[in-house]
Design a binder for this molecule. Sequence first.
Ligand SMILES: [Zn+2]
Length: 110
Amino acid sequence: MFRKIKGQQQVIDLLTSAIHNERISQAYLFHGSDGVGKFITALYFGMALNCLSSNEYRPCGVCASCHKFLSFEHPDFIYLFPTINLKLIRRGEIKDKELSPSIRHISKTR
Ligand SMILES: [Zn+2]
């Protein structure tokens, strides 16, 4: 699946080399402009590390572990994303009343 990522061959080579040599760092930071493939590269890297396939081309994308990654249900995959900084009042309600409708909309779409 790493082969599907275009324009990041140096990064892909580095990550696949780490996997093949079993020299995985404690943390990786995927940084760069929007749209260069940071998220999908990080996702595939996590999938590859947990892939159950014995195939040399990991992640396979079809094993149970890969399926859980792709559906964001893998227990070892925690997806953190930025959110707006909410100002809450003591009872846990949103202080800015204008934010409340947009937050409600976001929570309904999930
Ligand atoms: Zn797999």
